[in-house]
Design a protein around this ligand. Structure first.
Ligand code: MSK
Length: 632
């Protein structure tokens, strides 16, 4: 690996690197998202405001002052709210199906198999939590029962999600009293589609309420399942050092990029890329070895468990191919640009799709099955090695940008770090009490959970990076996941040196606990970790979550999953700040609900502010309001 270029990397440096890569692409006629944004601008005003309805075939109907109702008579608010619920359902289905697939993998785990139980303590803890007998059980027998019980959460005919009991009692009561406790995960998604079918709900309040419920079925159901079962299978993350940014690609090695979300595939690809037989094969074709790096949430999954470098986030997925040094980009599900097919054809890169859920033109499809995972992964790694000889040296251009990062702060790891300092060991799982003491004393003002994607509507990564800098300078600790985490990593903000950018209080905490001020909590399903952390803080403090000085923020979000996340974060009692509008502007009543009166239901709501600096001020203001309400 080349030396670390600098401690911190600016957005301008990253943009200059991207320009150089686009110039590389221009030599071979490559298309780019930057160009496609130009082709697609200006966007459709009806779509942007959420007032286009194509749920039945009488339309499409678009709301204007002259035509204030669709053909069925639905008004703007009804249309906006239905679209909003459908957006949420798409996200909840996607995250939760990921969780389901991990549960299936756990069901197939066996002694000596491709998938094994790496965190038996967590398995036993969840089994006990769910009332499953653990005494004297074979660990795989137990794993299968836990997996099956988890899978039944998707379609059980009665009752609510099991994980809800992890929340403070006051929060559980709010969910119950508001009628938003999520039942079976599939039922919430299905009911959302039913409610939005032509001739069903058009009452904004009912549709927004179901949006919260469907979101909760994701955050406290499917996503939490994905996180917990991934930890059981692949290990609960612990702090580990890694590197980030496009300079993690290696000129003299076979570069394999893993991209997507499901660690069942990437874990296997990582494993076989470290296999001596494969490394020998790579050397035989003239490479120095095999370099694996990640993009999007797969990067988060493999970095937090193995320290695999993070090449980039959502809007950098094309950049890895544009380096001309990518032998294979291997994808599973979600956030994958179909553009990677034609782009890869301009270079020597193999674009390998693996999931029946994400099939794309111009890709090589190697269907991945848990039962034959090792074999599939070996085939993929071998294909990448074989492809090294097809590289065109004149097209190889790897920008010299690379930072250090410390990643892998699961809830368990955060508590352990804190306990290590105070030596309190009050609880075998650790406690959040030292953190609470810092907040009460004002050493830390509060916390922000920063999550979500990139979106070309925002100068890529700028909102994430500028907000993080502003928050840590104001003694607000930041926990991050998804592409927000990679923005931090690429800029150097997840390095321990970033304490130099903090206010005095946070700097002292970072020094004492030996942590970076921006804590990496994982991928987008791992926002469930943040929900557990917030719950544990509230319980240790004797409060409900909505009273704790913590807010959520998705300044560059773009996907349906992000809307589902926003709904479960707000419904959990955490005010959420967005830097991109969720297509609701055309429905004033919906805006009033989401940005106003849902606070009366769940103690939190949304703020949408496109001016990023103002968004930061508003978050700090909200944290200070919460402190004042607590008298601290
Ligand atoms: S990958 S959902 S762009 S965070 Fe999870 Fe990144 Fe957003 Fe996809």
């Amino acid at each position: 690996m080349s030396d670390i270029k600098t401690t911190f990397i600016t957005v301008e440096q990253m943009e200059a690197a991207t320009d150089a890569l686009l110039a590389n692409g221009a030599k071979v006629g490559a298309d780019s998202w930057q160009q496609r944004v130009k082709n697609q601008t200006p966007h459709c005003k009806f779509g942007e405001e959420g007032i286009c309805c194509r749920i039945c075939s009488m339309g499409p109907c678009r709301i204007t002052p002259k035509a204030p109702r669709g053909i069925c008579g639905c008004d703007a608010d009804g249309i906006v709210a239905r679209n909003y619920l459908r957006f949420t359902a798409g996200g909840a289905a996607t995250h939760s199906d990921h969780g389901r697939s991990i549960a299936h993998t756990l069901y197939l785990a066996k002694e000596g198999g491709d998938y094994q139980v790496k965190d038996p303590e967590k398995l036993i803890r969840i089994a006990k939590e769910w009332g499953i007998e653990t005494e004297g059980r074979d660990i795989y027998d137990l794993a299968h029962e836990v997996a099956e019980t988890g899978l039944l959460e998707y379609g059980k005919p009665f009752g609510v999600q099991r994980f809800l009991k992890r929340a403070p009692e006051a929060r559980q009561k709010i969910w119950h009293d508001q009628g938003i406790e999520p039942r079976a995960i599939d039922r919430e998604v299905s009911q959302s589609l039913h409610m939005t079918h032509m001739g069903c709900s058009s009452l904004p309040e009912a549709l927004v309420r179901q949006s919260l419920r469907a979101g909760l079925s994701d955050g406290w159901g499917g996503s939490m399942m994905g996180t917990e079962m991934s930890d059981i299978l692949f290990g609960t993350p612990k702090p580990i050092d890694t590197t980030a940014n496009i300079g993690v690609m290696e000129k003299d090695m076979v570069n394999i990029i893993v991209h997507g979300h499901d660690p069942s595939l990437s874990e296997m690809v990582v494993f076989y890329s470290q296999d001596p037989e494969m490394i020998a094969k790579a050397k035989a074709v003239g490479a120095k070895g095999i370099n694996i790096a990640g993009v999007c949430c797969t990067a988060n999954e493999v970095t937090m468990r193995h320290g695999i470098p993070m090449a980039g986030n959502f809007l950098q997925q094309e950049n890895v191919v544009l380096t001309g040094a990518c032998e294979a980009i291997v994808v599973d599900v979600q956030c994958i640009f179909p553009a990677l097919g034609p782009l890869s054809k301009c270079f020597h890169t193999k674009f390998i799709t693996t999931s029946p859920i994400a099939q794309m033109p111009d890709s090589e499809y190697i269907e991945f099955h848990e039962e034959s995972a090792g074999e599939n992964a070996k085939k993929i790694v071998s294909m990448a090695i074989e492809n090294f000889k097809n590289r065109k040296p004149e097209l190889v251009n790897i920008p010299d940008l690379k930072t250090n990062a410390t990643v892998g702060y699961s809830t368990e790891a955060i508590k352990k770090c804190l306990d290590g300092v105070t030596n309190s060991h009050l609880d075998e799982l650790g406690t959040t009490k030292p953190l609470i003491d810092c907040v009460k004393a004002g050493v830390l003002r509060g916390a922000v959970a920063m999550v979500g994607c990139n979106n070309p509507k925002v100068r890529p990564d700028t909102a994430h990076i500028e907000l993080m800098k502003k928050l840590i300078a104001n003694d607000i600790i930041v926990i991050v996941s998804g592409c927000s985490a990679q923005a931090a990593g690429k800029a150097g903000l997840m390095s321990k040196e970033a304490k130099e950018l903090c206010g005095e209080g946070l700097k002292r905490v970072c020094e004492l606990v030996d942590i970076p001020p921006i804590l990496h909590m994982g991928s987008c399903v791992d926002i469930s970790r943040m929900m557990i952390l917030a719950s544990d803080i509230a319980k240790d403090w004797g409060l409900d979550i909505c009273q704790v000085p913590v807010v959520g923020c998705a300044p560059e979000w773009m996907s349906e999953k992000a809307v589902s996340i926003g709904n479960y974060v707000v419904a959990t009692g955490i005010d959420t700040f967005l830097g991109v509008d969720p297509y609701t502007k055309g429905g004033p009543e919906v805006v009033n609900l989401l940005q106003g009166s849902i606070k009366d239901w769940v103690g939190a709501n949304y703020t949408v502010e496109l001016d990023i600096d103002k968004l930061g001020d508003l978050m700090i203001e909200r944290i200070e309001e919460k402190r004042a309400a607590l008298g601290i």
